[in-house]
Ligand binder design. Sequence first.
Ligand code: ZN
Length: 379
Amino acid sequence: MPSAEDVRPAARAADARRGVDIPTAGDDGVFYTGIAWSSLGYEVAVVDATGTHTAPDVHVTPNLWTLIEYLESLRLSRKNCNMAVAIDSSNGMVDGTLMTAGFDVYRADPWHVGALPTFGSASALSLAEVSRQNLRALTRLQIKTGTLTGRIHELNNGILRSRKMRDVMTMAGRCISHGSRHLRQIALTFDDGPHPKYTHEVIDILERYEIKATFFCVGANISAFPDAIQRMADLGHEIGNHTWSHPYLPDLNPQQLTRQIEETSTAIHQIAQCTPTFFRPPYGSQSPALLSSLLIQDVIVALWDIEPLDWAMPGATQISGRVLGGAQPGSVVLMHDGGGDRSQTVAALPEIIEGLLEMGYELVTVSALANASQRRENL
Ligand code: ZN
């Protein structure tokens, strides 16, 4: 298989027409970086265009910013090269921040990397090597289209196929997309954190208005930023489980799914002394088989009914407009405090809160919304 080095101008032009974005070789060529995750943190491997392993494997701390500093030092030391960074579909928690830092990120899927360990991604070296061998087969990610670029149809199809199962789970109190449509309550939820900056900014704003929200946290970030989890717990915000590494769940087997949920709940419990009630699947991914697997977990699936797509950075005005325009009794609003540049979400938040309060809504946690809804049903 050709490496990107071998891609001739005609082929490159054909790729450009198809929208495939291959890094242009710098004076000294392209080099390929694979990023793996495990319970220990991130592992990085780098190969050059010949497949030579050019940097030592590095186990860095779970802190994503340490990883980015390391990648920036690699980029600086090879300033005449271009760099492709590969992750696999079990790792949806680093690409937004990497792209914000200016890296070209590619996603490898199971058919590129084969079976994954029960708790971890494909190895960093295998990700570097698969991108070197056939970068064009991988999906180049963009902030505007997100981590699931190229698989959105599959995601939507899974959600459609799960409708019946989802309805049954909702009736049984094992899934919630919204609360009672007769109670003027709304739950604000924030996913993919904690983040060392934005999470605290969101909490500061919530405190200013004396309201409680729900944070669906990613295990890898929980272990990196325990102070933010402690602060959420101390202030009475709800902490939900959003997996350890933000994988595309239909790619996992039941054992891998169980570990993602259990390790994250354990990490939350160790810091906050509470076990999360609610679990939110990354991307809201669903399939009948996945929902069946979730039924035997000790969690309630938390979805949403208002999604301002803040992760795509449409601007603070768009974000607040979409939330206020879609608000109705019982709504669950999905926003993000982690996973990338969330400055627009933070900027939009005061207007969202003030707008909802002016409309007469009480802002509550997902648990409070679900409990109030349940009480009303029982009247
Ligand atoms: Zn998420």
